[in-house]
Design a protein around this ligand. Structure first.
Ligand SMILES: [Zn+2]
Ligand SMILES: [Zn+2]
Length: 66
C-alpha cells in the first residue's frame, strides 16, 4: 500500500484553483504566485513585484515568493 504521509506542512488546498488537495494535487506551477491560500482555500489578493510576488489572505496574512 502506498499512502501519502499526512504531514503538517502539506497544503490543505490547491493554490492554483482553491479546491481541497484531495480533489486537486496542485495545478499551479512553482514559479506562479498562489491564487488561493493553501491553508484555507480562500482567494488571495496577489501583488506582483519586480522581485517576485506578495499574496495576502484575510485569515493567514501575507505570503511572499522565496
Ligand atoms: Zn488545482
Ligand atoms: Zn488562508
Amino acid at each position: 500500500m502506498t499512502q501519502l504521509p499526512a504531514a503538517d506542512s502539506a497544503p490543505a488546498f490547491c493554490t492554483g484553483c482553491g479546491q481541497s488537495s484531495a480533489s486537486c494535487p496542485g495545478c499551479g506551477r512553482d514559479f506562479d504566485p498562489p491564487r488561493y491560500c493553501s491553508a484555507c482555500g480562500r482567494w488571495m489578493g496577489v501583488t506582483v513585484t519586480p522581485s517576485g510576488w506578495t499574496a495576502r489572505c484575510k485569515e493567514h496574512g501575507e505570503q511572499h515568493s522565496a
